[in-house]
Ligand binder design. Structure first.
Ligand code: FAD
Ligand code: SF4
Length: 512
C-alpha cells in the first residue's frame, strides 16, 4: 500500500514492528527486505509520490519536484550546491545509474582504521548480488554510448588514460537522456519502480508526505517516531505518530544527523553530523566544432579512473565523469552576464562537459538549522584536497582537447578562462579551485553518522545499529566511515540489505 497523506488528509497514527524513515537507496531496500520476511513495516517519506506520468522532462517543473530546495540546497557559505532527492524513491529517482560495488581497498581501510572487521568483500557479496539482481544491473553496451561519452573516451584513449564503460541499473532504456529529471519511461531502475513496489507488495505501509521530526526512546530502546504530514514546501498539514520496536533511519546524510540531533539521541560520541564528506566536484565545458547534443542518450557511461589508485593510496584521488546539462542547469553554471553569458549559451548544442569528483579527506558538518528543510551544512576543502582538485582541471582540459574540443571554458565566476588547443594549461592549476570562485557541487554527501567499532569515535556499529540506543539503525549514506571514492548507490543499498537481514536475525530480541 502506498498512500499520499496530503490527498487523504487527517493525521497518521500507526504501529509496526519497524518504522523506516526515508525511501531512497537505503530505506527502500531495508523496508522491502524486512516486509518480505514477515515484519510489519511502516515507511515514512517526506516527499511526494511522483510517478512517470509526472516526469514532464521540463527543468522548471522537475527540479522543484525531485530535489531538496528545488536543487538550490547549498552549504552555509554558498560555495557548494548539494543535490539530494525529496520524493518517494529518494535520490535514485534523479540519479545517473552508475552501479559500482564498494572498492575493496576502501573496505580494507574501513576494516583496518575503523575496526569494521566484518566488512569484507566476501561478507558483503550476498547483499551486493541481491541488490544488483533487483536493480537489474548490467554492462552498458557499446551501442549505448552517446556522443559526449564517445568524445571523452576518444580523448582519454589518445592520452593513454585508464577508463572504461561502466555498469548501470537500466532496463529497456531508450536513451532519452532525461535521467536527472526522472525517467518518463520507467527504464531507470530506481527505488521508485523496484524496491518501493516490492515493499508495498510484501505488505509494507508506505506513506508519502510524512516527515519524521523526532525519534523517541524509553529505557534505552526506541519507542516511536513523531512527525508531520507535509506538503512539498514542508508546510505542516497534520501529525504523524508511529510506534515501533525498531527504527531504521535512512533520510540521507544531511537529514539523518539533523533528526538525531533534534531528537537528542545517539550522540554520546559527539560524532553525529561530523565527518561530512562531499565527493566535491568541479567541471569544465568543451566546445566542439559541430553540434553533438550531449543531452541526448545516456548521460554518463564512460568513467576515467586514471587519477585514482585506491590500492596504492586509499585516501586520495579523483575520477573524471562526463556530464551534460539542460538549459537551466547549464545556464546557472556558466559565468558572465548579458552578451557574454549568451555567447556561451549559444554554443549549448556543441558543449561537452567533464567533471572531476574528488575522493575527499576534508570533513565538514551538518547541524540543525531553523527547520528540517534548512539544515546548516558547513564544508571547506583542506589544502591538500584543494591542490588535487586544482590539478584535475588540467587533466579535464587535456581530455576535452584530445577528444576534439575547439575550446575549453573554465567557468570561474569572475574572469573565466577560455583556452584553445595548444594553449598553456598550467593557468588552470594556478587559478585552481577556490570556494566562491568557481561552481562546486556535491551529489554524494556522506559519512555524517559514521560506522565504527569504537563508540567514542563513531555513531553506529558494523550492522548500522546505534552504539547507544537499542533498536535504532541507520541505513543510508551517512554510515560510510570515510569517503567511498566511487559512486555510492549500490554500497548504500547493499549495506541496508545487510542491516535488514541482521535485524531479522535478531528479531526475538527486539520483539521481547
Ligand atoms: C544528480 C545525482 C546523480 C547521482 N548519480 C549517481 C550514480 O550514477 N551512481 C551512484 O551510485 N550514485 C549516484 N548518486 C548518488 C545516489 O543517488 C545516492 O548515493 C543514494 O541515493 C543515497 O541514498 P540514501 O538512502 O542515503 O539517500 P536518498 O536516496 O537521498 O534518500 C533519502 C530519502 O529520505 C527522505 N527524507 C529526508 N528527510 C526525511 C524525514 N525527516 N522524514 C521522512 N523522509 C525523509 C528524502 O526525501 C529522500 O527521499 C547521484 C546523486 C545525485 C544527486
Ligand atoms: S536515458 Fe534511459 S533511463 Fe535515462 S531518462 Fe532516458 S530512457 Fe530513462
Amino acid at each position: 500500500m502506498i498512500e499520499k497523506l496530503l490527498e487523504r488528509g487527517g493525521d497518521l497514527v500507526e504501529s509496526a514492528d519497524v518504522c523506516v524513515i526515508g525511501s531512497g537507496a537505503g530505506g527502500a531496500v531495508a523496508a522491502a527486505e524486512l516486509a518480505a520476511r514477515g515484519r510489519s513495516v511502516v515507511l515514512l517519506e517526506q516527499g511526494h509520490h511522483w510517478t512517470r506520468a509526472d516526469f514532464t522532462q521540463r527543468e522548471d517543473e522537475m527540479l522543484p519536484r525531485l530535489f531538496e530546495e528545488a536543487g538550490m540546497r547549498q552549504t552555509t557559505d554558498g560555495a557548494y550546491t548539494i543535490l539530494q532527492g525529496r520524493n518517494l524513491g529518494g535520490s535514485t529517482v534523479h540519479n545517473l545509474c552508475y552501479a559500482f560495488r564498494a572498492p575493496e581497498p576502501i573496505l580494507r581501510l574501513w576494516r583496518e582504521e575503523h575496526g569494521l572487521s566484518e566488512l569484507t568483500a566476501e561478507a558483503l557479496s550476498p547483499s551486493f548480488l541481491r541488490v544488483e539482481k533487483n536493480l537489474r544491473v548490467k554492462q552498458i553496451l557499446e551501442s549505448e554510448l552517446n556522443a559526449s561519452n564517445r568524445i571523452i573516451r576518444t580523448g582519454a584513449q589518445r592520452l593513454g588514460y585508464s577508463g572504461f564503460v561502466a555498469r548501470h541499473n537500466r532496463e529497456g532504456c531508450i536513451g532519452a537522456g532525461y535521467c536527472i529529471l526522472g525517467c518518463s519511461y520507467d527504464a531507470k531502475q530506481s527505488m521508485l519502480i523496484t524496491y518501493v513496489p516490492r515493499a508495498s507488495a510484501a505488505g509494507a505501509r508506505i506513506y508519502a508526505n510524512a516527515r519524521a521530526e523526532r525519534i523517541e526512546a524509553e529505557g534505552g530502546r526506541v519507542r516511536r517516531v513523531l512527525g508531520r504530514v507535509v506538503d512539498h514546501d514542508g508546510r505542516p498539514h497534520g501529525s504523524v505518530e508511529v510506534k515501533a520496536k525498531v527504527v531504521v533511519l535512512a533520510a540521507g546524510a544531511v537529514a539523518s544527523p539533523d533528526l538525531l540531533l533534534r531528537s537528542g539521541m545517539a550522540n554520546g560520541s559527539g560524532q553525529v553530523g561530523k565527518n561530512l564528506h562531499l565527493h566535491p566536484s568541479v567541471l569544465l565545458a568543451g566546445f566542439m566544432e559541430e553540434p553533438i547534443e550531449a543531452y541526448r542518450g545516456i548521460p554518463q557511461s564512460y568513467y576515467i579512473d586514471e587519477f585514482i589508485n585506491l590500492e596504492k593510496d586509499p585516501h586520495r584521488g579523483y575520477i573524471l565523469m562526463p556530464i551534460s546539462g539542460f538549459p537551466v542547469l547549464t545556464a546557472a553554471n556558466l559565468p558572465g552576464f548579458g552578451r557574454a553569458h549568451f555567447a556561451h549559451m549559444a554554443k549549448f548544442s556543441r558543449m561537452v562537459g567533464l567533471l572531476a569528483l574528488l575522493h575527499d579527506r576534508s570533513a565538514g558538518s551538518v547541524e540543525s538549522g531553523r527547520s528540517l528543510t534548512k539544515p546548516r551544512i558547513a564544508y571547506r576543502m583542506e589544502e591538500s584536497d584543494r591542490l588535487e582538485l586544482s590539478q584535475s582541471l588540467v587533466h579535464i582540459a587535456k581530455v576535452l582537447f584530445a577528444g576534439g574540443a575547439r575550446s575549453v571554458l573554465a567557468p570561474y565566476w569572475q574572469d573565466p578562462v577560455e583556452l584553445r588547443p595548444g594553449d598553456d594549461l598550467s593557468v588552470l592549476e594556478r587559478r585552481g579551485v577556490r570556494e566562491g570562485e568557481i561552481g562546486l557541487a556535491s551529489t554524494h554527501p556522506q559519512s555524517t553518522c559514521r560506522m565504527g567499532a569504537d563508540p567514542r569515535t563513531s555513531v553506529v556499529n558494523a550492522w548500522g545499529e546505534s552504539h547507544e540506543v537499542a533498536g535504532l539503525f541507520l541505513a543510508d549514506m551517512s554510515v560510510f566511515p570515510t569517503s567511498l571514492g566511487a559512486p555510492p548507490q549500490l554500497t548504500t543499498a547493499a549495506l541496508a540489505d545487510r542491516t535488514a537481514f541482521h535485524i531479522l536475525g535478531r528479531w526475538p530480541e527486539f520483539a521481547a
